[in-house]
Design a protein around this ligand. Sequence first.
Ligand SMILES: Nc1ncnc2c1ncn2[C@@H]1O[C@H](COP(=O)(O)OP(=O)(O)OP(=O)(O)O)[C@@H](O)[C@H]1O
Ligand SMILES: [Mg+2]
Length: 231
Amino acid sequence: MASLQDLSLQELCAHATKTYRQGGGSRPEVMLIRLNGEEAVLKDFSKSDPWFRRVVGPLSARREARALKQLDGARGVPRLLRRVSRDALLLEYIPGTSVREVPPGGLTPQFFERFYRLVDRLHEFGVAHCDLRSQGNILVGADGEPHVVDFAAHFRRPRSWNFAARWMYEKFREADRVAVARLKKTHAPELLTEVEKLSLTRDRKTWLERTARFIGKSVRNISRWLLTKRA
Ligand SMILES: Nc1ncnc2c1ncn2[C@@H]1O[C@H](COP(=O)(O)OP(=O)(O)OP(=O)(O)O)[C@@H](O)[C@H]1O
Ligand SMILES: [Mg+2]
């Protein structure tokens, strides 16, 4: 009997039962694949626009694969099943829903505690996620536990002598933790502690975040303008 592990990219696409995100522009296609009782998620950059596919796709797939390998065994992170091609990854499927779809008040105090623990676990494995601001990247599993996906923007713990990179890594770790408080603010503001409130106020004022956001947005807009097809 055929297994998901043996299928080519084309064969996997033929067994897609749900599309989380349509590929195109600078974005990969993200699909749920089902075959003979097995389930997995395919993140396929070959569906983005030609220049992204050639340049950004393989780099993003490689980056994300590297983070997932480093995080292999960390609870709350999908396992990398395999790199199907230069620009496509097959990931463990996490049944559940993204917190974006959870109505306000739908997340429990335990969820936030466990989310903090998950963020600390990522950092113990040496990976800062860096994109927990996006609620699509945070899932509530069918088991009620938090899970995180999408490590394309991650930053790994640098070597000890690299002081500048160490400093950046600390800032990204901090940003990951503030993202938990930010999620609390949108879903259960009554649970925010004084320390979290303070961290959110400081967060808005951090020049690093503001600069990073500005650079990120500009790079993204310019590269989208240069690399994607315009109608
Ligand atoms: N391993 C997984 N298990 C279950 N669902 C997943 C998994 N990986 C991704 N998803 C779903 O697919 C969506 C998009 O995935 P992902 O964030 O990796 O792609 P993306 O291109 O960065 O999309 P976005 O810009 O919306 O964040 C997620 O919000 C989540 O709902
Ligand atoms: Mg995402």
